[in-house]
Design a protein around this ligand. Sequence first.
Ligand code: ADE
Length: 240
Amino acid sequence: MRVDLLTLFPEAVRGPLEASILRRAVGKGLLEVRIWDLRSFGLGRHRITDDTPFGGGGGMVLRPEPVYEAVDAITRQGGRGRILLFTPQGRPFDQVAARRLSRREHLVLVCGHYEGFDERIRALADEEVSIGDYVLTGGELPALVVLDAVTRLVPGVIGPAAAEDSFAEGILEWPQYTRPREYRGMAVPEVLLSGDHGRIRLWRRREALRRTAERRPDLLESRELNAEDRKLLQETQRRP
Ligand code: ADE
């Protein structure tokens, strides 16, 4: 997958690309990220990228030219890709969107400006994306969030079992334990040590459902449970 990331703050996005899974994906040639400094498309000797809003009011607004010209430069390098614009007014990002975007060959991530951007920039975007109902200082963190969630779904980046965690299916993860068997009085549930794979599977499913019902009942309301899940969920109401 190729990703072009347009930002006024290239240094804000470099760090996460040099660590962990993103770095590994780049190393394996599964992900290629190009960072474009919008300032280099700025106007005049001072490389101006923002200006005061028409109609008055405070603050500065990102001008359209740097973004359009950066997209032109990307297009000249071959293909335009799917252009995402980050804004709290966008469509809420979720695992379904991550999976859909992970099937794209080429994404262009446009980071907004902390005081807003010229409305004409929206015309460039195929999608406007929000990562939640709060306001950040810019689109850099949202772009990294989306890039991270999408990259881990690109085949070969992590194992298919890890990529397909239960959230992909719309419920929360079950509790996980590793050594030691007991730590500061907290013991690993006996069933996980039993070697009985049938019992372990049912326990995990039951705990995943219990956790989802307790913490995110909205996730259960929007889906149809099969007979086994309904029974397991009932069991969680009987036994604490
Ligand atoms: N830019 C500022 N806040 C944002 C958010 N919550 N999602 C996407 N882009 C943003």
